[in-house]
Ligand binder design. Structure first.
Ligand code: NAP
Length: 428
């Protein structure tokens, strides 16, 4: 490469877990990224709040600055790895306005303010890339946005949160209670001290909104995603699942049906034979079903500094290449206007576990409630209980609204002592 080729100047905002790894990988000796880009890559600066704080061996002190605007103004590409909504949103808009392309891993920001950022990037004719925002190292955004752009994606079914998969996997394989598995996840650094965003499904919901928007070529807002976490899952749920050859997984599901699109995150029973059932520990995996391609599976590390930095670097090479060539990647595709269906219209199978009175006629009373709401029972299993008998019923596919009404009536029924759990069945 001739010395006359101008370097692409890169600003890194936030040298934390991911950002520090991005800087380390960018500055590895003998790295041939320049050959892949067609121009040398030069870090123009690293934005921090406190320039005196030690940032570890891979962060050159002389590159640190607390002047974000000055750094952005002298950069061609801005890599935002601070997380959170503000000041990330304002700084990304500032970068776009100054003509810089942006790479971010910030799923929370994209799920909340994606349209504003995409529109600004399109108007300024710059790239906004975010591969690392969904499932860390796993290439998903680009396959959905580019490789499958000529196909019709009908369904996405994924484990996109490693923390919850770790907890549920420990409950399944080692018989731990939820609280013990969560504590273990915290000790190992898989879960935050405040685990709410992971265990209540918010992190997975943000990823589901991003994936659904890309897959269905329309905007799906975070508020459109039904979200239920795993904090109510008990050891008994996991044992009952195992007895029927199933495992409990937190799934992000995006579906396109003739009625519209439905996007939801919730724990679900998955058959033990399904490939998602074999996703252990903190790994992520996503199934995509497309009309022409059929089923595709993506599997790998959904988090961690180095794996996530790999996805950031992939984006960085792409947008830097575009900068070097004076070109640009694909625009946001948001032409479609399918109705985003409320959860009541989601159609799936259910497993209802309950304690019932131990007397003749109870089964027919319970069956009558299901029949009243047109929810077909596929399988009934009776399990011994102490003061009450245990019943586990699996249904045929039914709309969520009908199931909810069924469960309300079951709760009010004299035959039913307690509804222990209601879990959806997916992946069949
Ligand atoms: P992190 O370790 O908390 O690092 C955040 C960095 O940003 C720190 O250097 C922090 O500086 C800086 N920062 C935060 N708020 C700032 C502010 N207001 N002004 C200036 N600097 C600020 O976070 P991370 O785990 O690397 O995550 C970064 C992004 O990647 C997030 O959007 C996250 O969702 C996404 N992501 C992370 C992973 C992962 O495995 N970690 C996976 C996928 C996506 P101080 O050190 O001074 O606080």
């Amino acid at each position: 490469m001739s010395d006359a080729v101008k370097p692409v100047k890169i600003a890194v905002l936030g040298p934390g877990t991911v950002g520090a790894e991005v800087v380390r990988l960018l500055t590895r000796p003998g790295e041939d990224l320049a050959a892949r880009v067609g121009a040398p890559l030069e870090i123009s600066g690293i934005y921090v709040r406190d320039t005196s704080k030690d940032r570890g061996p891979h962060i050159p002190r002389e590159l640190l600055t607390d002047d974000a605007s000055g750094l952005i103004a002298r950069s061609d590409v801005v890599v935002e790895l601070m997380g959170g909504i503000e000041p990330a949103r304002t700084l990304i808009l500032e970068a776009i306005a100054s003509g810089a392309s942006v790479v971010t891993a910030n799923k929370a920001l994209l799920a909340a303010h994606g349209p504003e950022l995409y529109e600004a990037a399109d108007a300024a004719n710059v790239d906004l890339y975010f591969e690392a925002a969904v499932a860390g190292a796993i290439p998903l955004v680009r396959p959905v946005r580019e490789s499958l752009a000529g196909d019709h994606i009908t369904r996405i079914l994924g484990i996109v949160n490693g923390t919850t998969n770790y907890i549920l996997d420990e409950m399944t394989t080692n018989g731990l209670d939820y609280e013990v598995a969560l504590k273990q996840a915290q000790e190992l650094g898989y879960a935050e001290a405040d685990p709410t965003a992971d265990v209540e499904g918010h992190d997975a919901a943000a990823k589901a909104a991003i994936l659904a928007s890309l897959a269905f070529h329309q905007r799906v807002a975070l508020e459109d995603v039904f979200c239920e976490g795993i904090s109510a899952i008990t050891a008994d749920d996991v044992i009952a699942a195992r007895e029927t050859g199933q495992v409990v997984k937190l799934l992000a599901i995006a579906e396109r049906t003739p009625e519209g699109v439905a996007v939801r995150v919730h724990p679900a029973l998955v058959p033990g034979t399904h490939p998602l059932a074999g996703v252990h520990g903190a790994f992520n995996a996503v199934f995509i079903e497309a009309e022409a391609a059929g089923g595709l599976m993506f599997y790998g590390q959904g988090a961690g500094g180095t794996p996530t930095a790999s996805a950031v670097l992939g984006d960085l090479v792409s947008v830097a290449r575009h900068k070097a060539l004076g070109s640009k990647g694909p625009l946001e595709s948001n032409y479609a206007e399918h109705e985003v269906l409320p959860m009541d219209k989601a159609d799936t199978r259910y497993c209802v576990r309950m304690a019932v009175e131990d007397r003749p006629g109870v089964l027919s009373s319970v069956a009558e409630v299901f029949a009243r709401h047109r929810v077909g029972i596929e399988l009934v299993r009776q399990v011994p209980g102490q003061s009450h008998a245990g019943l586990i019923l699996s249904t045929y596919r039914a709309p969520e609204g009908d199931l909810r009404a069924t469960v309300e009536d079951l709760r009010a029924s004299a035959a039913v002592a307690e509804i222990k759990s209601v879990l959806r069945i997916e992946g069949e």
